[in-house]
Write a protein that binds this ligand. Structure first.
Ligand code: SF4
Ligand code: SF4
Length: 461
C-alpha cells in the first residue's frame, strides 16, 4: 500500500526524479528559496498518502513523483538543498495541474497550491524556454489577458466562421502543421459568437419582481469570458438583477491575474489584484459582494488576501475583498430569489470545475441551483471532481496528459447517457467540448447560469 510508506521510502519511491542529483543540473538553481511560511506547508505533510487516489496525474501514471506526496518531497528536498532541480524533477513538477484535489483529500490541511505556485515562480526565472513556448506564453500574458487585443486577434477566425470557411481551414494540412499548442488553441475556439462583442454597461439596476433591492454587487466579466462568453455574462447579470441586485461592471477592472500568477509572474499578479480591488470595491460606492461566473478567476480573486498579505497599503483591503467574493452559484443561493417557473424537461450531468470544488470548496451551491429547475434531472458523474485537463494553460503546455484526462472525462460523461454536461468554468467548457468533438461524441457543455436563465425567463442563452 502506498499510503503506508515511510518518508524515507517515499523519497526512494521517487526513483530517478529524486536521485538525479549526480546528473548535470539543467538549471542554475541549487537551493529552492521558499518563503518560510510556504516551506512550513511541506512540513504539514505526514506522508499518509490519502491524497494519492485523488490526484489525476498519479492516477494516470502511477508514479510517486507524479503524486502530491511525491511532489511535496521533491520541493522540500530542493529547498533543503538535497535534491537538484534536474530536468527529471522539473518534469514531475510541471506535470502537476495545480488542480488542488489533493487539498480536498488531505486530512492534515496541507495547502499544496502555495507550495507548487511559489516553487514555479522561483523556477521559472531560472529556466530557459524554447521559441514556441515563448510565443505561447506571450500570447497568454499579453493577448488573452486584454479583452480588446483578444477580440482583434480573433477577428480573422470569426470572419472565416461567418463565411463557413473555418472548418475547412482547421481540418487542413496547414492546421495540422501548426505547433501543437497553437493547433489546440484553434480547436477550442467556440464555433459560435458575434463578430465583435459589445462591452457591458457599467450599471444594471435591480429588477426583482417584488421590487425588493437586496444588495449592490460588482461583477468581474473576465478576459476570455467577456470576449467568448459574453452571453453568459449577460445572463448572469440578468439573474442578479432579478434576484434584487444593483450590478456595477466597472470599466477599470482588469484580468484577475491568474494567468500571470500561474506563470510565476507574481509581481504582475499583485498589480492586477491592486487594480481590481480599486475597481471592484470602490471607496466612493461600496459594494456588498464581488461576483464572478468563472471558477478559475474566482479562485484567484479569493486568493488576493494571501497574495497581498505583506502589502501594508492593500493587505487589509485584499482581506475584505476576499471575504466579499462569491461565485454566481453561491451568490444566488444566498440571495434566495423566488423559484423559476419554466420547466426544462431534460437530463444533464454536472462536472465540478477544480477551482470551484477544490479551490473554493463550492460543490453544493451549483447543484442546488440546478435543483431549483422543474423537470430537470441531474444524473451523477463518475469522478465528477477530477480535473478535465484544462487547468488554465495546462492543456497547451502538457497536451498529452491534458488529452488523456479530457478523454477520461468525456468517456465518463458519455457513460451517464446524457448529452448535456453542466460546469461553471469556461476553461473546462472549452476543453470538454473540444475533446467531445474530437472523439465524435454528441455533447453540449453548458454553464449552470444558462439553464437557470432559461428556467426563469423561458429563453435559451
Ligand atoms: S494539484 Fe492536482 S495534479 Fe497537482 S499534486 Fe495536487 S492533485 Fe495532483
Ligand atoms: S499531502 Fe496530505 S494527504 Fe497527501 S500525503 Fe501529505 S498529509 Fe497525506
Amino acid at each position: 500500500m502506498t499510503s503506508a510508506l515511510h518518508p524515507a521510502r517515499v523519497v526512494s519511491g521517487l526513483g530517478d526524479a529524486a536521485t538525479d542529483g549526480h546528473a548535470p543540473a539543467a538549471h542554475a538553481l541549487h537551493v529552492l528559496d521558499l518563503d518560510p511560511r510556504t516551506y512550513a506547508r511541506a512540513l504539514d505533510c505526514v506522508h499518509c498518502g490519502l491524497c494519492l487516489p485523488a490526484c489525476p496525474t498519479y492516477t494516470e501514471t502511477g508514479l510517486e513523483a507524479d503524486s502530491p506526496r511525491g511532489r511535496i518531497m521533491l520541493m522540500k528536498g530542493m529547498a533543503d538543498g538535497q535534491i537538484e532541480a534536474s530536468d527529471s524533477v522539473l518534469e514531475h513538477l510541471d506535470l502537476c495541474l495545480d488542480c488542488r484535489a489533493c487539498e480536498t483529500a488531505c486530512p492534515s490541511g496541507v495547502v499544496y497550491h502555495e507550495l507548487i505556485e511559489e516553487t514555479r515562480a522561483r523556477l521559472n526565472t531560472a529556466r530557459p524556454k524554447g521559441f514556441t513556448d515563448r510565443v505561447v506564453e506571450a500570447m497568454f500574458l499579453h493577448v488573452f489577458t486584454h479583452p480588446l487585443r483578444l477580440k482583434l486577434a480573433l477577428l480573422p477566425a470569426r470572419l472565416l466562421q461567418k463565411f463557413g470557411l473555418w472548418r475547412g481551414i482547421t481540418e487542413s494540412r496547414l492546421s495540422r502543421s501548426l505547433p501543437p499548442q497553437l493547433d489546440k488553441m484553434q480547436t477550442m475556439l467556440p464555433n459560435r459568437g458575434p463578430m465583435w462583442e459589445k462591452p457591458l454597461d457599467e450599471f444594471y439596476p435591480a429588477q426583482a419582481p417584488d421590487g425588493v433591492r437586496k444588495a449592490r454587487v460588482a461583477f468581474l466579466a473576465g478576459c476570455v469570458g467577456s470576449v467568448l462568453f459574453q452571453h453568459v455574462n449577460r445572463m448572469t447579470i440578468r439573474l442578479l438583477q432579478h434576484a434584487g441586485c444593483d450590478v456595477i461592471v466597472p470599466r477599470s477592472q482588469v484580468c484577475c491575474g491568474a494567468i500571470h500568477h500561474h506563470a510565476g509572474r507574481v509581481d504582475d499578479a499583485m498589480n492586477f489584484a491592486r487594480l481590481n480591488i480599486d475597481a471592484l470595491t470602490p471607496k466612493d460606492g461600496p459594494v456588498d459582494f464581488v461576483v464572478n461566473n468563472i471558477s478559475g478567476c474566482g479562485a484567484m480573486l479569493k486568493d488576493y488576501a494571501h497574495l497581498l498579505r505583506d502589502d501594508p497599503a492593500y493587505g487589509p483591503r485584499a482581506a475584505a475583498f476576499t471575504q466579499k467574493t462569491r461565485d454566481i452559484s453561491q451568490m444566488l443561493v444566498e440571495l434566495k430569489p423566488a423559484m423559476p417557473q419554466h420547466a426544462l424537461d431534460r437530463t444533464v450531468t454536472y462536472h465540478d470545475a477544480c477551482h470551484l470544488a477544490h479551490g473554493q470548496k463550492v460543490t453544493a451551491a451549483p447543484r442546488e441551483l440546478l435543483s431549483w429547475i422543474k423537470g430537470l434531472k441531474v444524473v451523477p458523474l463518475r469522478e465528477s471532481d477530477m480535473c478535465c485537463g484544462a487547468a488554465g494553460t495546462y492543456n497547451l503546455t502538457q497536451p498529452a496528459m491534458a488529452r488523456d484526462l479530457a478523454e477520461r472525462k468525456v468517456h465518463h460523461i458519455e457513460a451517464t447517457g446524457t448529452r448535456v454536461c453542466v460546469t461553471g468554468n469556461v476553461g473546462c467548457a472549452m476543453q470538454i467540448q473540444s475533446e467531445a468533438d474530437r472523439l465524435g461524441v454528441e455533447l453540449h457543455v453548458a454553464h449552470p447560469v444558462a439553464l437557470l436563465h432559461e428556467a426563469y425567463f423561458g429563453e435559451a442563452g
